[in-house]
Design a protein around this ligand. Sequence first.
Ligand code: SF4
Length: 295
Amino acid sequence: MKVSLASALGTCFGVQDAINLAMAPEFRHDMTIVGQLVHNPQINESLKKNGVSLVKGVEELDNIKTKKVMITAHGAADKTKDRLREAGFIVYDASCPLVMRVHKTIKSMVEKNYFPVVIGQEDHVEVKGIVGDLEDYLVINNEDDLEKIRQRGKTKLGIVSQTTQQVDRVEGIVDKIRAMDCVEEVAFVNTICQPTRDRQVAVWELANQVDLMIVVGGYNSSNTKKLVQVCEVKNIEAHHIESSSQLNPQWFANKKHVGITAGTSTPENVINEVHTEILRIAANIDRMEGQPTPL
Ligand code: SF4
């Protein structure tokens, strides 16, 4: 059985920078992260071990016991940051620059009188941050939501995307919006970030070669779920796991080539553990079948 890693996978620079800031020794026992720093259970565990406190969001202000607070790579609305400063906290901002680019883009569209539309998940922390300073907006998650545009009666739309969406899906939704008879003008800036695109392209290419894909990342990680969706589009059996302990050897029976990919919040050590365990499973299967494991 052959085992291959996707050519782009795992932690992006935005997540890594945020983790490095949160793990800085001077913040030990004196920092609360507002919202999940990254959607990855192992990273959140190591943060807690390092004495960093976590709260779900700014609504838990009363539970913050440290003087210093940190905004995550997902970003936050200016209103949220102001609220924290007004409450007396020192705010460290680890917002990814590519998320901040989305904030700037949508604000400049509003200034040009476009009605702001975000393609993404309304309940995702990044989307909440993008729309948090806007007076009026729409969040579209799929084609079923398009009717909302008609209902709102807005004809000049400025559209951006959550950074971790799937490229083809977003472009498909925008094409459908452009074709709506009630829409007169669309300004679209595709704000899906480059690391997300790279991982989607890599999994797409690898899916052409394998008959099983293992996707590693937090169950609540948006971009990891999108990697699973790419496999579904390619009709490749895929299993989404958070750690090597979830690998089931039965998945690998009769498989010739297994691919491994991981979302932008999945740390390298977790990917390595999964890779090592899959190589072990593959070697066992090959031994039983009397074949060497190709590298
Ligand atoms: S996934 Fe993209 S936008 Fe999000 S932190 Fe990573 S680089 Fe930044």
